[in-house]
Design a protein around this ligand. Structure first.
Ligand code: PGA
Length: 268
C-alpha cells in the first residue's frame, strides 16, 4: 500500500486527478471505477478543468460506479446517476452509454441486477482502476462493517451511521433510501489498481485501521492490505492518527523516483 500524505484536500484532489490523467494517457480506453460522496467532488472538478484545457479526453473511457441507491429514479437529485452527471459526465467528452451504475428498481430482482453489473464489467475486460472513498466506519462502497470479503455486487442494508452521515443530502420531506446496490469487496479487489482518497479528521481513525489495523470485516477497507496495487492519498487531517507517518513519506519519495523512471502502471 502506497500512502501519500498531502497538506490539504486541494492537493489530494490535484494529485488524484494527475494519477487518473496518467492512467488515461497510458490506456485511452481504460475502465475506471468511480465513487460518489463529498470527497471526490474536488477531484471531479480537477478532471473537468483538465478536460477543458485539453489535457485529457474521456472519449474512449468506460466508467463503473461503486454503488447506487435501490429503487431511486435517476432524475432524483439524490441518485448517484444524477450526482455523476452533474459533477462530471455533463462537463466532459465521455459517451454516457459507456457510464455504468449498479441500478435496481423495485420491479427487478436485485440478485440478477448484481450479476448483470458484474457481467458488464467483465465484458469490457475488468476494472483498470477503482476510485474509493472511505466511510467513517471503514466501509468502501456500501460494503458496511461485517460485509463478506468475498462479496460481489449486491443489495445491502445501510447502517444507521451511514444513513445518518448521508442524511445531510436529503430534505425533510424526502424519503431517504435505506438500501443500496453496491459493488462487492471481491469486485473491488479484482481491479488492477485501487486509488483511495480521504480527507478530514473524521476519517483519521478509519484510515489508520485500514492501513495498520488487523484484517477484519469490522473495517472493510482493511482488505486493501491484501491488494497488490493500492495508492492511498490523504490530507494531514485524515493522516493525523496514522502510525509510521514518516516512514510513508520517505517511501513515497522513493516510489516517486521509481515511477518517474519506469512508469506508474506496470500492471495495466
Ligand atoms: P464521503 O463518503 O466522501 O461523503 O465522506 C465516503 C464514503 O462513505 O465512502
Amino acid at each position: 500500500m502506497q500512502v501519500l500524505i498531502f497538506d490539504d484536500k486541494k492537493a489530494v484532489a490535484e494529485n488524484a486527478a494527475t494519477l487518473l490523467q496518467k492512467l488515461i494517457l497510458a490506456k485511452s480506453n481504460a475502465n475506471i471505477g468511480l465513487a460518489t460522496g463529498s470527497t471526490p467532488i474536488d477531484l471531479y472538478k480537477q478532471l473537468v478543468s483538465l478536460y477543458k484545457n485539453q489535457q485529457i479526453s474521456f472519449a474512449q473511457v468506460n466508467t463503473f460506479n461503486l454503488d447506487e441507491y435501490y429503487d431511486i429514479d435517476e432524475n432524483n437529485s439524490n441518485s448517484y446517476r444524477y450526482f455523476m452527471n452533474s459533477q462530471l459526465f455533463d462537463h466532459i467528452d465521455i459517451d454516457k452509454n459507456n457510464t455504468y451504475l449498479p441500478t435496481c428498481n423495485a420491479k427487478q430482482d436485485p440478485r440478477k441486477q448484481g450479476e448483470h453489473f458484474e457481467q458488464q464489467i467483465a465484458a469490457l475486460g475488468g476494472l483498470d482502476l477503482q476510485l474509493l472513498g472511505i466511510g467513517g466506519n471503514g466501509h468502501i462502497g456500501f460494503n458496511e462493517p461485517s460485509s463478506s470479503f468475498a462479496s460481489r455486487t449486491r443489495i445491502k442494508s445501510l447502517t444507521e451511521q451511514t444513513v445518518s452521515d448521508n442524511s445531510r443530502m436529503f430534505s425533510a420531506d424526502e424519503q431517504q433510501p435505506k438500501m443500496a446496490m453496491t459493488m462487492g469487496i471481491a469486485t473491488i479487489m479484482d481491479a488492477k489498481y485501487v486509488l483511495l482518497i480521504a480527507t478530514g479528521k473524521n476519517k483519521a481513525q478509519a484510515v489508520n485501521a485500514m492501513v495498520n489495523g488487523p484484517l477484519s470485516a469490522s473495517c472493510p477497507a482493511s482488505i486493501l492490505q491484501m491488494h497488490k496495487n493500492v495508492i492511498v492519498m490523504i490530507d494531514s487531517d485524515a493522516a493525523s492518527l496514522l502510525a509510521n507517518k514518516d516512514y510513508f513519506t520517505w517511501v513515497s519519495q522513493q516510489n516517486h523516483t521509481i515511477n518517474e523512471i519506469y512508469g506508474q502502471f506496470p500492471d495495466l
